[in-house]
Design a protein around this ligand. Structure first.
Ligand code: BES
Ligand code: MN
Ligand code: ZN
Length: 503
């Protein structure tokens, strides 16, 4: 894995070696607490370079004499309004990118008006730098080089980023949590980036077992148990693959024993060929990421445990491969889900909902949680509707939906609510069975998929996040350069910390 920076915190006025980073506000102003000679120099350089302190713009200078550092990097913060939480992640990511190759970087956490940066924002900057450094290079035999001609600027040593801040202890304390969340996000990215030949259902379950090291209780159900539970919807999807399915149950008990848990459920199709309703060849490789929902649930459970969140949380993921062989499920097959509902499988490529049907039913049946949120790379139609910048949100509960939308706004993992309703539910009524696994043609494809899931939540408060456009393939940004984004970990961690945690 790529080398992640070492993150440290130090008092505001500690001497900086290597690169010193200072923040600039509107009109390129830098903190009045900095030496006058330095401020003058920055002002002159800014004028020449037409640097205006615009958000995330940078001015790279040789440090003037009298300063221990060799380089001075001026980074624009935000002009007028206070920066959002996501802006701090972006700032940290920008610092990392612009100081590539340096081994020592000190960031002076002080605004242009001399005000300190809050401990939480300092921690977010640090987290943004870490997330930016993430690079899935496991299978590159020449690490760090993008192409043969490019000079290898990456140092042998990972960079040390020192955040110089007024309250070191507070920043350290918040960063301990931020670091856990970033690690969970990178775990989700790793799982999504990993190809399906090395990450089948069994291997995924093995990775989940490792969460026991951070205190998560892990239970893995195999084929005999799934058969005994009558999870025929999930099993039908798995039957065309030589690789057997798994259902993984993760439990983090961070609150009192009698505290009702919250629950997260993920679609974990390690590869989706479409089955007999096979997909076209173009971009089929991307279907190695069809377990992005399960990856987010795994990363979230890791983060909650690692930061000892005071909550009882359940994570359940259905792990299958949707492959095709002589034993594969056929269009027209009818399966009886664990709930007793019969399903006509009209398209074997609408497999995620079949997996989730049993996982959701099992979750509410066994754990009776306060709510269930499921994540799934469920439909191509959600990408048509929302592109890569919002996940689709569907819910039977307005409070839960509002909380998710709010969490999306602060974390930058945005969600957009789409409707559910009896008219759409009607579209999945079956001809030969209770329901069918596709709606009517191309119309409202993401909604009919959500209606299908709703049939298995037993009226519990529930939300479905369709992350087909956001879990992977979104454009690179300041704090993610990887194909897989880890979408959902920060969003749901925030949902928990804002509303479901005992303090
Ligand atoms: N895994 C796909 C959805 C998907 C598409 C995820 C593109 C990420 C990128 C899902 O299993 C699927 O194939 N859905 C079908 C449903 C259709 C058959 C009703 C789709 O979206 O075409
Ligand atoms: Mn499919
Ligand atoms: Zn799929």
């Amino acid at each position: 894995m790529a080398k992640l920076p070492k993150i440290e915190f130090a008092p505001l006025d500690s001497a900086a070696t290597g690169v010193m980073v200072i923040l600039a506000g509107e009109g390129s102003a830098v903190s009045s607490k900095l030496p006058e000679a330095l401020r003058d120099m920055v002002a002159k350089a800014a004028e020449i370079a037409k640097f205006k302190g615009k958000s995330l713009s940078t001015l790279d200078l040789i440090a003037p004499s009298g300063i221990e550092a060799e380089r001075l990097l001026v980074v624009g913060t935000h002009a007028k309004e206070p920066a959002s939480e996501e802006d701090w992640l972006k700032l940290g990511g920008t610092v990392l990118a612009k100081t590539k190759g340096a081994t020592a970087v000190t960031i002076r956490c002080e605004m242009a008006d001399g005000a300190g940066v809050s401990a939480a924002d300092v921690a977010r900057m640090a987290s943004g730098a870490t997330l930016r450094a993430y690079d899935f290079d496991l299978y590159k035999t020449k690490k760090g080089k993008k192409d043969e001609d490019e000079e290898d600027k990456s140092a042998d040593e990972p960079a040390t980023l020192t955040f110089a801040t007024a309250d070191v202890d507070a920043a350290k304390a918040v960063y301990a949590d931020e670091e856990a969340i970033a690690a969970g996000t990178m775990l989700a990215r790793d799982l999504v980036n990993e190809p399906a030949n090395t990450l089948g259902p069994v291997e995924f379950a093995d990775r989940i077992k490792e969460l026991s090291k951070v205190g998560v209780d892990v239970e893995i159900l195999g084929e005999p148990e799934l058969k005994a539970l009558k999870m025929n919807a999930l099993l039908g999807v798995a039957q065309g693959s030589p690789r057997p399915p798994r259902l993984a149950i993760m439990r983090w008990n961070g609150a009192e024993d009698n505290d009702q848990p919250v629950a997260f459920v993920g679609k974990g199709v390690v590869f989706d060929t479409g089955g007999i309703s096979i997909k076209p060849a173009g971009s089929m490789d991307e279907m190695k990421g069809d377990m992005g929902g399960a990856a987010a649930v795994t990363g979230l459970m890791y983060a909650l445990a690692k930061r000892s969140a005071k909550v009882n949380a359940i994570g359940i993921v259905g792990l299958v491969e949707n492959a095709v062989d002589g034993n594969a499920q056929r269009p027209g097959d009818i399966v009886t889900a664990m709930s007793g509902t019969t399903i006509e499988v009209l398209n074997t490529d609408a497999e995620g909902r079949l997996v989730l049907a049993d996982a959701l039913w099992y979750c509410q049946d066994r754990f009776k949680p306060q709510f269930m949120v499921n994540l799934a790379t469920l439909t191509g139609a959600i990408i048509v509707a929302l592109g890569n910048h919002h996940a689709g949100l569907f819910s039977n509960n307005d409070d839960l939906a509002t909380r998710l939308a709010d969490s999306g706004k602060v974390t930058g993992e945005k969600v957009w609510r789409l409707p559910l309703g009896p008219e759409y539910d009607k579209m999945i009524e079956g001809k030969f069975a209770d329901i069918k696994n596709i709606g009517g043609g191309r119309a409202a494809g993401s909604i009919t998929a959500a209606q299908f899931l709703q049939r298995f939540v037993n009226d519990l408060p529930w939300a479905h996040l369709d992350v087909a456009g956001t879990a992977m393939g979104s454009p690179a940004n300041e704090y993610n350069q990887s194909w897989a984004s880890g979408f959902g970990v920060r969003l749901l961690d925030r949902l928990v910390s804002d509303h479901y945690q005992s303090k």
